[in-house]
Design a protein around this ligand. Structure first.
Ligand code: 13P
Length: 259
């Protein structure tokens, strides 16, 4: 059975107290999966900045299986006059190993552009964090037949500053904007088509086959997990709403693998 990455993007949800409660609940719910965690299953959660430390403390004090920790965004540079931003050393101090870069909510609501995303990708490798690069088309772009053109630009610009070895370590996450938070997932065939195409594009950009990891995100839940995760080009899921409760989050893996 292939290795599945199950990543939970909490977005602007989960206070400190809720994060602490989640981690205890996670340790209980993940007990039956302890044998596969780290081998067939890699789980990570991405709390808001203010809850990272609570997650880190829980990881050290709660006994039982724990997820890896990541942040939802980061800024380039170690420190300085960048009001409202958080640096890679600050995230590493909280125990983060991963960071989401270029989520569609940052691209479309907060106006983050491809040049900044490319700089963030470079900064992650310079300072030792694994980027989870999100990309995907809007409904308008899909309906206009421009989805692949948009995604090609998003992917090529993001990996442009990276070596082939670095590009191979990125976790890519295809998230069609029209499927995020809408309850309407892409079909498994649609998601497979894009993930397989992305792997070919990234191999071509790197100049060789680099064995990329591509997740699908957009309304993933227990009821559609088996169909999506069984597709051979899909290596896991980036989950929003269903990741806020340990039980519904882990159900995504058990629905795929059987409990
Ligand atoms: P939902 O699972 O809530 O659709 O969110 C997906 C997402 O944006 C994860 O990054």
């Amino acid at each position: 059975m292939k290795k599945i990455r199950l990543y939970g993007n909490w977005k602007m949800n989960m206070t400190r107290a809720e994060t602490t409660a989640f981690m205890s609940e996670f340790a209980r719910s993940a007990k039956p999966l302890e044998a596969v965690m780290g081998r067939n299953l890699e789980v990570a959660v991405f709390p808001p900045f203010t809850s990272l430390w609570a997650a880190n403390e829980a990881m050290r004090s709660v006994s039982g299986p724990m997820p890896l920790l990541g942040a939802q965004n980061v800024y380039i540079g170690d420190h300085g006059a960048f009001t409202g931003e958080v640096s890679i050393p600050m995230l590493k101090e909280c125990g983060c190993t991963h960071v989401i870069i270029g989520h569609s909510e940052r691209r479309h609501i907060l106006g983050e552009g491809e040049p900044l995303i490319a700089k963030k990708m470079r900064a992650c490798f310079d300072a030792g964090l694994i980027p989870v690069l999100c990309y995907g088309e809007t409904l308008e772009e899909r309906e206009a037949g421009r989805a692949f053109q948009v995604m090609e630009r998003q992917l090529r610009s993001a990996v442009e500053p990276l070596s082939a070895d670095e590009s191979a370590q990125v976790v890519y996450a295809y998230e069609p904007v029209w499927a995020i938070g809408t309850g309407k997932s892409a079909t498994s065939a649609e998601a497979q088509e894009v993930c397989a195409w992305s792997k070919r594009l990234l191999a071509e950009a790197a100049g060789r086959d680099i064995g990329t990891t591509v997740l699908y995100g957009g309304s993933v839940k227990g009821s559609n997990a088996k169909e999506l995760l069984s597709m051979d080009a899909i290596d896991g899921a980036l989950v929003g709403g269903a990741s806020l409760k340990a039980e519904s989050f882990l159900e995504i893996y058990t629905a795929y693998a059987g409990s």
